[in-house]
Ligand binder design. Structure first.
Ligand SMILES: NC(=O)c1ccc[n+]([C@@H]2O[C@H](COP(=O)([O-])OP(=O)(O)OC[C@H]3O[C@@H](n4cnc5c(N)ncnc54)[C@H](OP(=O)(O)O)[C@@H]3O)[C@@H](O)[C@H]2O)c1
Length: 336
């Protein structure tokens, strides 16, 4: 099968499309013929030089898993002997390492579910990453119902996920901060107030919030502390400059009335099932910025690494994905 592989860490150019062995599903796994996948910040982070400590898990000198990617949608082509929930022909989506490939083997009990009906493969591929990471990052601020929450970096993958979940699932009062070009999009996702980060400095307008979720890790607790209500919490999706956020989390547990914490993103099966239901009820929709073919993975990764995508970047793995739109290369999409 064709897959995006990298046998060393480095810039996007270490990625290449190669013929590799198709995975053989174990007895508790399904083999998925992948129609669409994505390139995420997690993918670029695991491949690049930024977070050396992650190599304790991913391989010290070279990546243990050579095939890139994690989000997938496609058709179940084989099922292991012990699999009961999925059948050959099921349309599925989820998260599994090695998803930038024509086939991926996924554990039945892993982060996989029936694809939401009504979404194309490409749309469904753009659902899990941002939504699931947003859900787990926001957990330290539970319960969220009725709380005032400011989402900084609201147009990214995690940001667009957070805004929708907060507005439509948690019923929080959402203020979103994003770039000028994304204001209308972010408002359409359910934010009550949207601030243009180049025009409105939320730290200077006198308003305070129960929660500030820094979905891109580009703000800081120091700068936005006064915009938190007493008892409020700042959650950063990123470790911050010199990895200071975990230390700050420790200090603010004992000092002061406002807390800072690191949002620990995880991909959980129960969260995937929740988001799937939200898609079905019209409370969640994927935001896609650009679509690339599998052979354009280097270009796609370069774009993701700019840190400026709006929502998600899809990788078209199978050109003939049933239900998908004809290939429109690099189209800018504002979802309807
Ligand atoms: N905590 C976890 O477990 C976890 C897991 C995975 C990833 N992450 C991290 O979470 C962060 C967000 O991931 P993502 O996939 O949502 O990112 P993303 O989609 O790449 O975010 C892009 C968005 O960030 C905005 N942005 C870029 N620089 C900004 C700045 N200085 N101030 C405000 N907004 C800015 C961009 O807006 P403009 O167009 O205006 O530049 C764009 O809308 C990344 O740092 C990633 O490494 C955390």
């Amino acid at each position: 099968m064709r897959a995006v592989v990298h046998d060393r860490y480095g810039p996007p150019e270490v990625l290449r499309v190669a013929e590799v062995e198709r995975p053989v599903p174990k007895e508790d796994e399904v083999l998925v013929r992948v129609h669409a996948s994505t390139v995420t910040r997690t993918d670029t982070g695991l491949r690049g030089p930024a977070y050396l400590f992650t190599r304790l898990i991913t391989g010290i000198r070279r990546p243990k898993r050579m095939i890139a990617g994690m989000e997938f949608t496609g058709l179940v082509e084989e099922v292991g002997a012990a699999v009961t929930e999925f059948q050959v022909g099921d349309e599925v989506f989820g998260i599994e390492g090695g998803a930038n490939a024509e086939y991926v083997a996924a554990r039945e009990g892993g982060v996989i579910a029936q694809k939401p009906t009504g979404l194309t493969y490409e749309e469904a591929a753009a659902v899990p990453d941002g939504s699931l990471l947003a859900l787990t990052c926001l957990r330290p601020a539970y319960p969220l119902r009725g709380k005032s929450v400011l989402v900084y970096g609201a147009a990214g993958s995690i940001g667009t996920g957070a805004v929708q979940l907060l507005a439509h699932h948690f019923r929080a009062e959402v203020t979103a901060v994003c770039d000028t070009k994304d204001v209308d999009l972010v408002r359409s996702l359910g934010a009550r107030d949207v601030l243009d980060r180049f025009r409105d400095d939320f730290t200077k307008n006198g308003k305070t919030y129960d929660v500030i979720f820094d979905a891109v890790g580009k703000h800081s607790f120091r700068r936005c502390r006064r915009s938190l209500k007493p008892g409020g919490i700042y959650i950063s999706a990123d470790l911050g400059f010199m990895y200071h956020v975990p230390l700050l989390a420790l200090i603010t547990r004992f000092v002061g009335s406002r807390r800072a914490t690191l949002g620990l993103g995880r991909y959980l099966r129960e969260d995937l099932l929740l988001v799937k239901e939200l898609v079905h009820t019209g409370k969640y929709r994927p935001v896609i910025d650009r679509r690339y073919g599998l052979d354009e993975v280097v270009e796609a990764s370069r774009y993701v690494e700019t840190g400026q995508k709006t929502g998600n970047v899809v990788l078209r793995v199978s050109e003939a994905a049933p239900g998908d739109q004809p290939a429109a290369k690099h189209e800018e999409q504002v979802p309807t």
